[in-house]
Design a protein around this ligand. Structure first.
Ligand SMILES: Nc1ncnc2c1ncn2[C@@H]1O[C@H](COP(=O)(O)OP(=O)(O)OP(=O)(O)O)[C@@H](O)[C@H]1O
Ligand SMILES: [Mg+2]
Length: 250
C-alpha cells in the first residue's frame, strides 16, 4: 500500500498535509500522533470514506479512487468507533458480513472463529448486550472475516483489557504472517514498540518522522526537545513528546 502526497481538508480545516508513506506486504505499520493529528483522516482517505483534496492511494498497485470496488474488496476496516445492528446477535452479524464479503461460513467455521476471539459462549447475545471490549473484539473479527490484503485499524486496542489486547496482537501478527499488511493507530508507545515493524509520527497533519521504533530513538535521541523530556535513557514516548510538544490538544 502506498500513500502519495495525501492532503485531506474539511472546508477550511486541513487535517492531513502532503503525507506520504508506504507499507510493505507482511508489515505492521503504526500511525502515532496526538489527538486531532490527522490519523483517522488519513485512514478515512485510504478507506475511500473521505475524498482527499489531492494525492494518491495505491492498494496492491491499484489506484484506490479509480478502482474503488476492487480496492474495497481488499481492505478490512475497523473504525475508531464501530457499531453494528444493535438487535442482531453475534452469530447473525458474522453471517451477515460473511455473506456481504462472499465468504463461505459453515457452522464449524463460525464456531472456530468466535472461539478464537472468546465470544463463542456469547454467540446468541445481541450486539447491544455486549460489553465495550466484546464489541471491539467482534469489530476486529468482522474486519478480518475475508482475509483482507490490507487491514486498517483505528485505535483497535483502546479500552481493551490486557488479555484482549494480547489476543489482538496475536491475531494481527498471524495476519502479517499470512502476508497481509496492517495499518493501525495507537496512543500506546508500548504497543507500537511491541507489534509495529515501523511507525510514523504525525502532528497537525504533517508526517514528522518514520522508521522502526529503534530507528526513531536512535535518530532523535540527541534532539534537545527530546532530551528535555527524557527521564534517563530515551524512550519512544520521549521522542513522541519531544517532537509533538507537551501541550494538551483541544
Ligand atoms: N468531519 C470533520 N469535519 C471537520 N473537521 C474534522 C472532521 N473530522 C476531523 N476533523 C478535524 O480534522 C483534524 C484531524 O482529525 P482526526 O480525526 O483525523 O484526528 P486523529 O489523529 O484521529 O485524532 P484522535 O487521536 O483524537 O482520534 C482535527 O482538527 C479534527 O477536528
Ligand atoms: Mg482518530
Amino acid at each position: 500500500m502506498q500513500v502519495d502526497d495525501l492532503t485531506v481538508a474539511y472546508q477550511q480545516r486541513t487535517a492531513v498535509r502532503g503525507v506520504s508513506f508506504e507499507i510493505e506486504r507482511g508489515e505492521i505499520f503504526g500511525l502515532l500522533g496526538p489527538n486531532g493529528a490527522g490519523k483517522t483522516s488519513t485512514l478515512s482517505a485510504i478507506e475511500g470514506l473521505v475524498k482527499p483534496r489531492s494525492g494518491q492511494v495505491l492498494v496492491d498497485g491499484v489506484d484506490a479512487r479509480k478502482n474503488p470496488l476492487d480496492t474495497k474488496a481488499r481492505l478490512g476496516v475497523q473504525l475508531q468507533t464501530s457499531s453494528f445492528q444493535p438487535e442482531l446477535s453475534i452469530e447473525q452479524i458474522a453471517r451477515l458480513y460473511g455473506g456481504l464479503y462472499g465468504v463461505r461460513l459453515t457452522r464449524d467455521r463460525i464456531a472456530d472463529s468466535l472461539q478464537a476471539i472468546g465470544l463463542e459462549e456469547d454467540r446468541g447475545k445481541r450486539f447491544k448486550q455486549l460489553s465495550g471490549g466484546q464489541q471491539q473484539r467482534l469489530a476486529l473479527h468482522i474486519a478480518t472475516i475475508h482475509d483482507p490484503l490490507l487491514l486498517l485499524l483505528d485505535e483497535p486496542t483502546a479500552g481493551l483489557d490486557p488479555q484482549s489486547r494480547r489476543g489482538l496482537w496475536r491475531r494481527i501478527e498471524q495476519l502479517r504472517g499470512e502476508g497481509s499488511s496492517i495499518l493501525l493507530t495507537t496512543h500506546s508507545m508500548e504497543e507500537a514498540q511491541a507489534v509495529c515493524d515501523r511507525v510514523a509520527i504525525i502532528d497537525h497533519g504533517t508526517l514528522l518522522t518514520l522508521g522502526t521504533p529503534a530507528d526513531l530513538i536512535a535518530k532523535h535521541q540527541n534532539d534537545p526537545r527530546v532530551l528535555e523530556v527524557a527521564h534517563g535513557a530515551v524512550t519512544l514516548e520521549d521522542v513522541f513528546i519531544g517532537l509533538t510538544g507537551s501541550e494538551i490538544r483541544d
